[in-house]
Structure formats: structure tokens, C-alpha cells
Design a protein around this ligand. Sequence first.
Ligand SMILES: O=C(CO)[C@@H](O)[C@H](O)[C@H](O)[C@H](O)COP(=O)(O)O
Ligand SMILES: [Zn+2]
Length: 199
Amino acid sequence: METFGQFSLTKYLDATLSTIEQSVKDESFCTSVLRAAELCVTAMRAGGKVLLAGNGGSAGDAQHIAGEFISRFLFDRPAMPAIALTVDTSVLTAIGNDYGYEHVFSRQVQGLGAPGDVFIGISTSGRSPNILRAMDVAKEKGLKVIAFTGSKGAAMIAKADAAIVASSSETPYIQQVHIIAGHAICAAVEAAIFEPPQV
Ligand SMILES: O=C(CO)[C@@H](O)[C@H](O)[C@H](O)[C@H](O)COP(=O)(O)O
Ligand SMILES: [Zn+2]
């Protein structure tokens, strides 16, 4: 057993692998990943864009996925339109200071979102008020809404057109499943919109 003091790497990796396995073997996981990809493709083909938001590590995930769309994923091709709503500190601090932290994403969705766009909200607890509020505003404005959450994310799932649900209630394990799903969505969208190179 690989240990470091009280920490067992073996147990940690076992928990990681079993969360991934449990999540992906649920048929609705794969259906939701492909449905999410389809929503992004439909939006982009119609000239729309993808907005993403999350807190903490999930802010990093939002930026990571936006980066894959704008730059490249598995092959070179033109940029695909995606914006992480977590990166402009002037906007975030102005909204947070003037209206409250629960408005930091919804206010940006109100200003930047257009009917036919997609909003991806990422919350491992499924309870972050700024994500729930942003999903509501996105729906009101005619955006499609994708939720990335965990096993306690019922409130988010109820608001979503597609919900990626990791089979865990623990944030780090949920995040590890989220990035697998995020990458799969990027791969599917890229391959649908552009001709993948023949190898
Ligand atoms: O990355 C981690 C833990 O792995 C943390 O930064 C974590 O994202 C933060 O505690 C977030 O505030 C959690 O928010 P949420 O996922 O419940 O919406
Ligand atoms: Zn983390």
C-alpha cells in the first residue's frame, strides 16, 4: 500500500477510479454528455456561443473548457466561441460589491447571453446560489442550459436541458468526473463542426 503519513494514495486512487466507473456506467451519463455536445453544436452552427461558470476548482474547469473551444482540442481548426464568466476581476468585483456574490454570473449572462446560446453551470454541491441564479436568467433569456453537478445536484438538474451528474457527493471526486465529461464534450463538438484529420 502506497502511504504518506496518514494518507493512503491507494485508497485515494481507488475512490477516484470507482467514482469514475460508477458515473460513466450510468447510461444517462453518456446520454447527457452527447446531448450537451449536441446543444453546443446547434448553438455554434447558428452563430451562438457557449458561456461557462463555476466557483473555485470549477471556475478553473470553466476556463479550461472555454480554452479548449477557443484554442484547439484534438486537432487544428478555427476557434469555436466560448467565454468563461470567471475571469474578468473588474466585472466580478463590481457585481459582487454592488449587487452581491450570488449575482456575479447571472448579471453576465444577462449582459452577454443571447437566445440560442448555451450556458454551462458547474457546481459540485449543486447549491451555489450564483450558479442557480445564472441558470434561471439563462432560461429566461432563451439560452439552453447544461448542468455539471454531483449526486446532490437535484436543484440544478431540475433547471437543466442536459445534466452531467457525477456519482459522488465529494467535491474533488466530482470535479475529476467533470473534466472527463468536459473533454468528451469538446471532442464531440470539435469533430461534429470540423472535419477531423484522417490518420
Ligand atoms: O476545487 C475545490 C475542491 O476540490 C474547491 O475550490 C471548490 O471548487 C470550492 O470549494 C467551491 O466553492 C465549491 O463550490 P460548488 O462546487 O459546490 O459550487
Ligand atoms: Zn479542486
